[in-house]
Ligand binder design. Structure first.
Ligand SMILES: Nc1nc2c(c(=O)[nH]1)N[C@H]1C(S)=C(S)[C@@H](COP(=O)(O)O)O[C@H]1N2
Ligand SMILES: [Mo]
Length: 317
């Protein structure tokens, strides 16, 4: 995203429509998108071995979900940013199958009472898994609506009893040159690092996603667990996380390190603060032709604006 201007996206290039329409009808019929609070009928989380197509469930529906039209499974899984697998939107779906997501552990450390390393199976059992339909707004001025499956990040963070001195949380993602061709190139410094202020990380909207469309995450979308911070530009939502560290200093994220003038620490979606090389005022929803207006905090202002009271969001972009 450092290199390219927002491309004109032609979804017909990447989507065999008949295929994913069928798939979506099937998933709808299985209960996702229905009104029930607890969606039964799906195998339990213990059945999810991380193979493509493994179901997650039962799922609790989230009150935070948008009712906008979902992007198709094919769009979400074939139009991706995951530079470890290449800089083209189509590279992750071609290359990410090489990454192994079992076994997988995340170590949670730093300014905490009880540092822990959890296996992905333990993470899946920490809380009832929720379906959360969120908008994802990339800094490159496209957006999607994604039916994530996950648990509140706060549930995971509480496991280690953060100390009072902890002010920020840093996320480090996998960097394996053997399976990730992008890591052999210098497009970013590896591993990919992201960070949140502690109150942002603990906010109820902040999700640790482990699936989408009721199934385990496809590798290209950040298996086996990735952040989803829906009021921030997409690059804050780090994929394939292996380490979470509590700190008292603002973490230096991979994109701020590469181009700090373009990508700030906060990176809240803000139509009034342009990227130095393009406007952030509008966005193209993948699958749509005309552009729509970008909303402050990506439309999540009612829930998150109070986190930034008194801050100049032009300075803290
Ligand atoms: N490890 C890692 N995480 C990452 C990225 C990346 O290159 N590497 N790209 C980010 C960007 S720019 C976006 S827009 C989202 C895209 O998520 P999606 O491909 O699941 O839509 O992932 C983010 N997380
Ligand atoms: Mo992005």
């Amino acid at each position: 995203m450092l290199i390219k201007r927002p491309a004109d996206i032609v979804p017909s290039d990447i989507t065999p429509r008949a295929l994913f329409d069928t798939r979506r009808d099937f998933i709808r019929a299985a209960g996702l998108g229905a009104g029930a609070a607890l969606l039964g009928g799906l195998p339990g989380v213990a059945d999810a071995q991380g193979k493509r197509g493994d179901k997650l469930g039962p799922l609790v529906k989230s009150p935070f979900s948008t009712d906008e039209k979902l992007n198709d499974y094919e769009d979400i899984t074939s139009y991706c940013n995951f530079y470890e697998f290449g800089t083209d939107k189509s590279d992750p779906s071609k290359n990410a199958h090489r990454m192994s997501t079992r076994p997988w552990t995340v170590s949670i450390e730093g300014l905490v009472q009880k540092p822990r390393t959890l296996g992905i199976e333990e993470v899946l059992k920490l809380a009832p898994l929720e379906e959360r339909i969120y908008r994802l707004r990339c800094v490159e001025a496209w957006s999607m609506v994604v039916p994530w499956v996950g648990l509140p990040l706060s549930v995971l963070l509480r496991q280690v009893e953060p100390l009072g001195s902890a002010k920020y949380v840093e996320f480090t993602t996998l960097a394996d040159p053997k399976t990730m061709p992008g890591v052999r190139s210098a497009v970013l410094e590896w591993p990919y690092v992201e960070g949140l202020r502690l109150d942002e990380a603990m906010h109820p909207l902040t999700l640790m996603a482990v699936g989408l469309y009721g199934e385990v995450l496809p590798n290209q979308n950040g298996a086996p667990m990735r952040l989803v911070v829906p009021w921030k530009y997409g690059f804050k939502s780090a994929k394939s996380i292996v380490k979470i560290r509590f700190t008292d200093k603002e973490p230096l994220s991979a994109w701020s390190r590469a181009a700090g003038r373009e990508y700030g620490f906060y990176s809240n979606v803000n139509p009034d603060v342009d990227h130095p090389r393009w406007s952030q005022g509008r966005e193209r929803r993948i699958g749509e032709f005309s552009k729509r207006k970008t909303l402050m905090f990506n439309g999540y202002g009612d829930q998150v604006a109070s986190l930034y009271t008194g801050m100049d969001l032009r300075k803290y972009y």
